[in-house]
Design a protein around this ligand. Structure first.
Ligand SMILES: [Zn+2]
Length: 423
């Protein structure tokens, strides 16, 4: 009898524990209650560094405009105030904005009226390839630290006719190195869909796709992207486990866009594991950057590349590691200004153009520097919408207009690479 009572008690304890774990597991979804996004005005360049010691999460920056956007907790705001900083509040209640957009997570509407989960992105890529076998091929071009595939769409006439066409220049577009930049995934996918829809309809696009190969990689950081859907909407880095901190808490994530193997480890990257710009223990320490770099090296005729980020509305090019101008600066600027006009002509949006270092911030070990400096292709870095009103939490009704304005800019680059030489 006593034994049964003991078992019953044990069972009750196990159920209570299970319930407790369930509740804890549930509450591990990141909570941004009390957080605000601030635009801080900076008097002196040295203060950029000071601010980064007071606030963990920098959202954007403008060296020229002397402003920095940060996502700050009440404690961090108090520290900023104490240090004498003043700001404009961009987002009053970060948690409320995240929650207000959560209803949009439900599957509904078409491909570009809402953001897509990783499974939905990969399904949409597969559908496009299956329905257009003579124009589109889906390839795995990399792998993530948690083992997820990184896929590309190869868009060119008769992609299955040859593994490589040595007479066709190659242009690569990739997005979402940073997990929380959801808009970049949709804009990249739109580019692929629009190219396919224009083939056989628009004479110029048809000709370019007969003579050029376009690759689109919508999600470079699939683990981080999944994590932004399941657990923390504002996650930036990949999901590498990095051990524990002094309090025994686990630390995750390398900033993929500081992990590329050209001028790795310099200004604008961090050696601190918990930093949002942690560069990793070595160049290409991460499978995402390593496998993607091997793939880019395997493309024999790669001529141009675009790495798509958000936000701030910028068109940029190397260098990110130094303020010195790169050798092809004039070419970059010429193409960049045409793209700027193309964008503006669609919905009137202005994108500032210039080198990474002076236009946004120093960023050693970024992808554009490697693609240009090592791989030898013209490489642009884009920051999509907006200029700070919503930042990474861009409402889904801007997916379509943002895609529509990016598309002609992408066509400009494809045309240039099809019809001219730049070197
Ligand atoms: Zn980014």
């Amino acid at each position: 009898m006593r034994r049964i009572g003991y078992n019953k008690a044990m069972r009750a304890i196990i159920w209570i524990l299970a319930g407790f774990l369930f509740v804890c597991g549930w509450s591990q979804t990141a909570d941004y209650t009390g957080y605000q996004v601030l635009r801080i005005t900076v008097e002196h360049p040295k203060q950029f560094e000071q601010i980064q010691t007071l606030v963990r999460d920098v959202w954007s920056c403008s060296l020229k405009g002397r402003t920095i956007d940060v996502c700050a907790s009440p404690e961090e705001r108090a520290a900023l105030q104490k240090a004498g900083f003043t700001w404009q509040t961009l987002i009053e209640d970060v948690q409320a904005l995240i929650e207000s957009q959560r209803s949009d997570y439900q599957p509904q509407g078409d491909l570009f009226s809402r953001y897509l989960t990783l499974d939905e992105v990969y399904a949409a890529m597969r559908t496009l390839a299956e329905q257009n076998p003579r124009l589109v091929q889906m390839l795995q071009v990399g792998i993530s630290v948690e083992g997820r595939p990184i896929y590309a769409l190869r868009i060119t006439r008769d992609p299955r006719g040859a593994r490589v066409y040595r007479d066709r220049p190659q242009v690569v577009f990739n997005a979402c190195q940073h997990a929380r930049e959801w808009i970049t995934v949709s804009v990249a996918l739109y580019l692929a869909y629009a190219l396919v829809a224009s083939y056989g309809v628009d004479t110029r696009v048809t000709q370019w796709l007969q003579r050029t190969e376009v690759y689109v990689v919508p999600v470079v950081n699939p683990d981080g992207y999944v994590y932004t859907w399941t657990t923390n909407r504002l996650w930036r880095k990949n999901r590498r486990y990095l051990g524990t901190n002094n309090w025994g808490q686990p630390i995750y994530g390398v900033d993929l866009n500081r992990n590329w193997g050209f001028q790795w480890g310099g200004q604008g990257s961090s050696g601190q594991r918990s930093s949002e710009t942690y560069r990793g223990p070595a160049p290409f320490s991460e499978p995402e950057t390593y496998t993607l770099s091997r793939w880019l090296l395997s493309l024999p005729t790669l001529r141009a590349h675009v790495d798509i980020h958000s936000y701030s509305q910028l068109i940029m090019w190397p260098w990110g590691y130094t303020d010195a101008l790169c050798y092809h600066h004039a070419t970059f600027e010429r193409i960049g200004l045409i793209m700027q006009q193309q964008i503006q002509s669609v919905h009137g949006m202005f994108y500032a153009a210039g080198p990474i270092y002076t236009t946004i911030y120093p960023a050693s070990g970024n992808m554009c520097d490697w693609v240009y400096g090592v791989r030898g292709a013209l490489s642009f870095g884009y920051e999509l919408r907006d200029t700070g009103q919503y930042g990474f939490l861009l409402p889904p009704d801007q997916i379509l207009p943002n895609s529509e304005e990016f598309y002609p800019a992408a066509l400009t680059l494809i045309e240039w690479m099809t019809t001219r030489r730049w070197d």
